[in-house]
Design a binder for this molecule. Structure first.
Ligand SMILES: [Zn+2]
Length: 345
């Protein structure tokens, strides 16, 4: 009988919660007051049999302590809230939510590119942004008088010296060299990273941007493998039905070399300002790795062949999201960056 009452009130106390001073006072009167429940129960306890007294004594004391502790806890919390109210604050209001950040559009696209090539077995490789002449130029077959070596294009950190020029890398192709020097084929890797050019900053040019380089070297690798790989990439990135075309080009480190265009992502080939009414936009450069480059890196060019490609992540992103000014990427304007929160995550 008494035990049942205690069980029932224990549940009630445990479930009780308030930050309101009046409600808390009612709780105190109900349980701890001079005519309260605890007083009643202790009175009842006096009348029970000696055996019951033995078994209930401890339970009864614990019940009393529970009610007192609950009251103390709630009283402390309530005092804090009132102090806040006195100071003009309402501590029961929910806190200010903080904004969830967004991934940078370049990071989103880089991740998508990495995902697509990883399905084809390409791993990600990285290299230093500060490079020597050998890895950035010489090993890649750049002739001594090549304009890319000129002060106009390259940020040199140190000219000459024992190891030659030291510069901020002008392309991620330097990572190819490091990778091939460090081992033997097969190589199948993409190399995303930041590169630097000494250019005046405008809507169409920046002193730094991001590239993804790709390299595939093995026995019997042909230009057909290159075309199929890039065709797959474009279908995955821009959607099925996107057309590609290759135009002959020149790069010191590939032979033959090509530039690849895709059907315009805006007008689908009909003609618009983005594609200058041609229906095509250029997205990357590619070619078969020049045998000189393979030999420079200690790879037998009679046994192995390979292809390489390189693209600007900014360019790929511009075509995907129709961003017209390169400077937006590095200005950290949250109004710009937030727009891409829901895209591609
Ligand atoms: Zn177009």
């Amino acid at each position: 009988m008494l035990q049942d009452k205690i069980t029932q009130y224990t549940a009630e106390i445990n479930a009780f919660h308030t930050a309101n001073a009046d409600e808390l006072e009612q709780f105190r009167i109900k349980f701890l007051g001079t005519k309260g429940i605890i007083k009643d129960i202790f009175d009842e306890f006096k009348a029970v049999s000696p055996e019951e007294k033995r078994s209930l004594g401890k339970v009864l004391n614990e019940f009393k302590q529970l009610a007192e502790a609950k009251y103390q806890d709630l009283k402390e919390a309530e005092t804090e809230v009132s102090a806040g109210k006195d100071a003009g604050m309402d501590l029961t209001l929910p806190g200010e939510a903080f904004e969830v950040g967004a991934r940078h559009p370049l990071a989103l696209v880089r991740r998508e590119i990495v995902d697509i090539f990883s399905k084809l077995g390409f791993v990600v490789a990285e290299g230093p942004e500060i490079e020597d002449d050998w890895h950035n130029f010489s090993a890649l077959n750049f002739p001594e008088e090549h304009p890319a070596r000129d002060m106009q294009d390259t940020f040199f950190i140190k000219k000459g010296g024992e190891k030659g020029d030291i510069a901020l890398r002008t392309h991620t192709s330097s990572v190819q060299v490091r990778m091939m020097e460090a081992g033997q084929p097969p190589f199948r890797a993409i190399m995303p990273g930041r590169v630097y050019r000494n250019e005046a900053i405008s809507a169409r040019a920046h002193c730094f941007f991001h590239q993804v380089e790709g390299l595939y070297v093995d026995e019997n690798v042909s230009f057909a493998d290159l075309k199929q790989t890039l065709f797959y990439f474009v279908q995955e990135l821009y959607g099925e039905g996107t057309k590609v075309r290759f135009r002959p080009s020149y790069f010191p480190f590939t032979e033959p070399s090509a530039e690849m265009d895709i059907s315009c992502t805006i007008c689908k080939g009909a003609g618009c300002p983005l594609c200058k009414y041609s229906g095509w936009v250029e997205i990357l450069g590619c070619g078969m790795v020049d045998p000189n480059v393979l030999e420079n890196c200690g790879i037998d060019s009679k046994k192995y062949s390979g292809f390489a490609f390189g693209m600007g992540i900014e360019r790929i992103t511009n075509l995907k999201f129709e961003i017209k000014d390169l400077r937006l990427f590095s200005e950290n304007d949250s109004r710009f960056l937030k727009q891409y929160k829901s895209s591609l995550i």
